[in-house]
Write a protein that binds this ligand. Structure first.
Ligand code: GLC
Length: 733
């Protein structure tokens, strides 16, 4: 190999007997510089576009390997063919399916986020992947978005806190995280072209913070440009997003990767910050012409523009340097471990995240003054389990986050394990095959017979556990399109009401990545919001139902009573889903609870809400000072006591409101949180620090973060609505 290198264009720099760019002991920047000095123009531009469905090349002549990419945010996807979307049919690529990121967000536990990243990174490393295409951090703006299950909820602070440790964990393995989809990809309908109009305030205060944290704290090595347009230009090569904000204001030194087929213009791709172009077809966008990779926008056309003097060489050098830096960080990084695949440690991590993410929404004592949950062993002779989600492999479908898990424990498996012959099952409804482009049509006769059978069984049961919700079918929790209704699909509402008419003792478990309509809410005594819980999900759910685990999850998004209450739906079609060309985020900064608080609309369940099998009592918050000056900080302390009979975890939330401001601001905004674990009778003091940065809003005229002097209010809550105590202080700049 040395001979071929020596025949190259420049005299080799040999340090310690090794060519500089090959020398792991040298700083990466020196290696990048040395490699660039040896590469031809053609070799530099060849780095930036695909040579396979999930791969981009290095420089073979210099012995520089390329990059291998894999979905997804919840597990390492089964191997896909080099040059088609078909699965390769490997028999050794079954993975651990971790819970969906909405479940991770519901844990409000950054420590679990780190464990998640380390484990999924180990599986990506084991599969020889350089880039893991996750996490997704797009803000939950509407409950109809098909991909909310892949994201971290409606609040930018929670999304930021929960994505950083995941990214750090992945990258500890020498695998690049790829935070996505940058930016404003908050729906799937018309995702390839919808042109999002949004104010700078909403952009900086709501839609960018998680990406900013991923870059500046998580140090993500790659970021994926979204399919949609932002203010007229495709996000993948958008000057404002990539050059001004990402690489300018945030100092991002990694690579901007397209979403697959998201590049649309060579000059823009070259000049507005795109570094790696991947595609849906061999020529990027439109066809599977044989080996058409050079037809990519950053293929021959890019090289031609450079040779025509239309692209400055410093742009070419900088783009190639970023790709080389990524290669040296990943595929050429000899300090990596060997990874691990679908082992017990990973299953334990998946289980812990699943159990801590499950949210108890209702548990009323309607029968003998006791709640139905936790279900006492031996208390019931005949427990009926109803619902397609009791038996469905919910890791299949949903789009690119689809997984081939090594293990699938369904809720029915786990409940049978716990309750043996007391369990009977009736499917109740059927959801059909998980398809990406159309819904399965189920004959009404099948629907009716399943319905009738379930009703008959319910009449005989002592307890009914209903496992319903959404699933990964097209136009549900699935990429590529949005839900067409806020309602539960497959006539579940009719079935839930029909069962309640004959048996009131129902524990209803909804599995979904989105809020849904709950017309039966008053009649349901016990309600759980569950998520796509991954490989060990059935056991995690069963352990919560029987009280082995005390639920501690809290909602990462608000549950509106009606879809029309939701801010994205208040201003008509131009706001959601747009007019098929343009879309205006008219609610601006008032996303989620910010809207419900400010417009005084009561949600069905508020952001940050979740119950426990025990009770927690809050003391009054104590503030260390009544005045905060710029550059100083003040402390907020509050005691929390477990006044119940079982151990439990509580998420203490700190919100701050600006009592008087020259611009509209939400009543309050989440600025910190802390999850405590308390034994019965145990009390703990939780302390938060408040600084100027927690008080600011983005002034889009001055283009900077401003804290106006005046009175601010601290809210300590167990949810965004259940405020246990407040305190005020004056800010003086
Ligand atoms: C898809 C998704 C993206 C995924 C990529 C590769 O279109 O939008 O999240 O990583 O293509 O499958």
């Amino acid at each position: 190999m040395i001979q071929t290198i020596l025949s190259g264009k420049s005299k080799p720099i040999i340090v310690g007997g090794v060519l500089a760019y090959l020398n792991d002991n040298l700083p990466i920047e020196e290696r990048v510089k040395d490699a660039l000095s040896r590469m031809t123009l053609e070799e530099k531009t060849r780095l930036s576009y695909a040579d396979g469905r999930f791969s981009t090349p290095g420089c073979a002549r210099l012995g520089i390997p390329g990059l291998m990419y894999s979905d997804g945010p919840h597990g390492v996807r089964a191997e896909i063919c080099w040059n088609s979307w078909d699965y390769a049919g490997w028999t050794n690529d079954s993975c651990t399916a971790f819970p969906a990121l909405t479940c991770l967000a519901s844990t409000w536990n950054p420590v679990l986020s780190k464990s998640y990243g380390v484990a999924i990174g180990e599986e990506a490393l084991f599969r020889n992947k350089s880039v893991l295409l996750g996490p997704g951090v797009n803000i939950y703006r509407t409950p109809l978005n098909g991909r909310n299950f892949e994201y971290l909820g409606e609040d930018p602070y929670l999304a930021a806190r929960m994505c950083v440790p995941y990214i750090q964990g992945v990258q500890e393995n020498g695998v690049a995280a790829c935070v996505k989809h940058y930016a404003l990809n908050n729906q799937e309908l018309w995702r390839n072209h919808i042109d999002v109009q949004v104010s700078d305030r909403a952009l900086y205060e709501i839609y960018l913070p998680a990406f900013k944290a991923a870059v500046m704290e998580g140090k993500t090595w790659t970021i994926m440009g979204a399919y949609n347009k932002v203010r007229g230009t495709h996000a993948a090569h958008n000057k404002l997003l990539n050059n001004d904000i990402l690489k300018g204001e945030w100092g991002f030194d990694g690579c901007v990767v397209t979403d697959w087929g998201a590049a649309h213009d060579t000059y823009e791709a070259a000049m507005y910050g795109l570094d790696l172009e991947l595609g849906t077809y061999t020529n990027g966008l439109t066809s599977n012409s044989d080996l058409g990779y050079n037809d990519y926008y950053l293929g021959d056309a890019y090289l031609r523009m450079i040779k025509d003097g239309k692209i400055p060489m410093e742009v070419v050098e900088e783009k190639a340097a970023r790709v080389l830096r990524l290669i040296f960080r990943t595929s050429m990084n000899r300090n990596k471990g060997f990874g691990a695949m679908a082992n017990e440690n990973h299953e334990e991590t998946a289980y812990r995240i699943a159990t801590e993410g499950i949210v108890l929404l209702k548990n009323e004592s309607r029968f003998d003054k006791k709640p139905l949950l936790p279900i006492q062993k031996g208390a019931y002779k005949r427990i009926l389990v109803v619902g397609d989600n009791a038996i469905r492999n919910l890791m299949m479908g949903g789009g690119s986050s689809e997984l081939k898990p090594k293990k699938v424990i369904t809720p029915l498996d786990a409940l049978k394990e716990e309750f043996g012959d007391c369990i009977t099952f009736s499917q109740g409804y059927v959801a059909g095959r998980p398809m990406f482009d159309r819904a399965d049509v189920i004959p009404q006769s099948v629907i009716d017979s399943l319905y009738s059978a379930a009703i008959e069984e319910a009449k005989q049961a002592d307890l009914v556990i209903f496992l319903g919700g959404l699933n990964k079918n097209y136009q549900q929790d699935c990429e590529g399109d949005d839900r067409k209704t806020f309602e539960l699909p497959f006539e579940q509402n009719r079935l839930i009401k029909g069962i309640l008419d004959v048996n009131q003792k129902m524990v209803l478990v909804l599995t979904s990545g989105n809020a849904v309509d709950m017309p039966w809410i008053e009649k349901v005594p016990s309600l759980i919001q569950s998520w796509y819980l991954g490989s060990i999900g059935g056991k995690a759910l069963a352990d919560v139902l029987i009280g082995e685990i005390n639920p501690s999850g809290k909602l990462p998004f608000s549950y509106p009573v009606r879809l029309e209450d939701c801010p994205a739906h208040f201003y008509g079609e131009i706001s959601y889903p747009g007019d098929s060309i343009r879309q205006e985020y008219k609610e601006d900064i008032l996303v989620g609870y910010r809207w419900y608080d400010t417009k005084k609309i009561k949600p069905l369940f508020p952001f940050g809400y979740g119950l426990s099998y025990t009770e927690f009592q809050y003391g009054k918050p104590v503030v260390s000072a009544t005045e905060l000056k710029a550059g100083e900080s003040l402390e907020v302390k509050v005691t929390v006591k477990n006044t119940g009979k079982v151990a439990g975890k509580e998420i203490v939330q700190l919100y701050i409101g600006d009592e008087k401001c020259s611009v509209l601001r939400p009543v309050k905004e989440l600025k910190d949180f802390y999850k405590v674990e308390l034994q019965p009778g145990e009390e703990q003091e939780v302390a938060f620090t408040v600084e100027r940065d927690d008080l600011t809003f983005f002034d889009d005229e001055r283009h900077e973060w401003i804290a106006e002097p005046g009175r601010f209010k601290i809210y300590i809550g167990r949810s965004s609505e259940d405020i246990e105590g407040t305190a005020t202080f004056m800010y003086c700049d």
